[in-house]
Design a protein around this ligand. Sequence first.
Ligand code: GCO
Ligand code: MG
Length: 403
Amino acid sequence: MPRITSAKVIVTCPGRNFVTLKIETDDDVYGLGDATLNGRELSVASYLTDHVIPCLIGRDAHRIEDIWQYLYKGAYWRRGPVTMSAIAAVDTALWDIKGKIAGLPVYQLLGGACRDGVMVYGHANGKTIEETVENALHYQQQGYKAIRLQSGVPGLASTYGVSKDRYFYEPADADLPTENLWSSEKYLRSVPPLFEKAREALGWDVHLLHDIHHRLTPIEAGRLGKDLEPYRPFWLEDATPAENQANFRLIRQHTTSPLAVGEIFNSIWDCKQLIEEQLIDYIRATVVHAGGITHLRRIAGFADLYNVRTGCHGATDLSPICMAAALHFDLSVSNFGVQEYMRHTAETDAVFPHAYSFADGMMHPGDAPGLGVEIDEDLAAKYEYKRAYLPVNRLEDGSMWHW
Ligand code: GCO
Ligand code: MG
């Protein structure tokens, strides 16, 4: 058996912060797992270094399910983003090790490919509708079959999803949170014309997505969903905060626009009611924040019973290791829907050389044994951790709002 001999956490900042767990075995095989929790990175690094790694030494690296249960049940304190990101990092690294020892890419261990490639969606954005539509046309020309549209809102200085740079969107933008101003009324007026213009320019053979980023009340979300129905959105994401899962009943009663939610979920319990009452169409949980490949498969298996498909989060704060793990999962899971793909910068890709590839709107994890991602530790060491936070949001009267 491959015995775990050591493990360490690597924190690096090639343009943005990433936390990586590296587990080594006496077989001379090592595995990598992403442990990045945007804006709270060092808490996961400490959880791993101070509390998890000592418990791993000497264990059989092949016992993935048992180690998952040991870390989940054994901590007594269950769930939460810090705990579940740490468990995810261990789980991902163990799948990497198992694949390398078997000489197989991880998707083969998960049952093999059940599609030829993974449809991904790219992010088109702009300060105005015209800019966003122009940007979306570029994505379409590059072969994307699914495109997310986010546009500036007239009367608001900044909003979620609109980047300063044309192709890279990086929400964690300052060493203390910047403050944005928000108005749901102004926003609600701005989205239907965006979709109208996008359909005129892009046609109907492309999927169009939109992220509300938790900013609406359920009834407002119901109205937006209804207003967008003529443009057939692929999904409306994070329409309203989901701590109270029953809130989605109200949205569902008012619109047939498909709903996606869950990038901040970290366990099956965060979406149990959403799934079993069929209140959503896509579950956005992903490898790093939802307990690794092992737990994500459990969520997907449950979702499949209710015709809910997967749509893993794939923003830039999820490292290439998470991206690779998500692609192995996506390729092998029966109820796959779509995968988010926000390209990493060249700096990040150089630290994490990887086997996955993009062509014609589809991605593939590649056939290297394990996950097919490396970390260049010398290069990683050159980029020191730099505190960076997501912005916060206030209404125009100064009240705190959901960002
Ligand atoms: C998305 C997300 C991200 C998040 C970011 C937070 O749909 O891609 O909403 O942009 O805001 O991942 O860390
Ligand atoms: Mg989102």
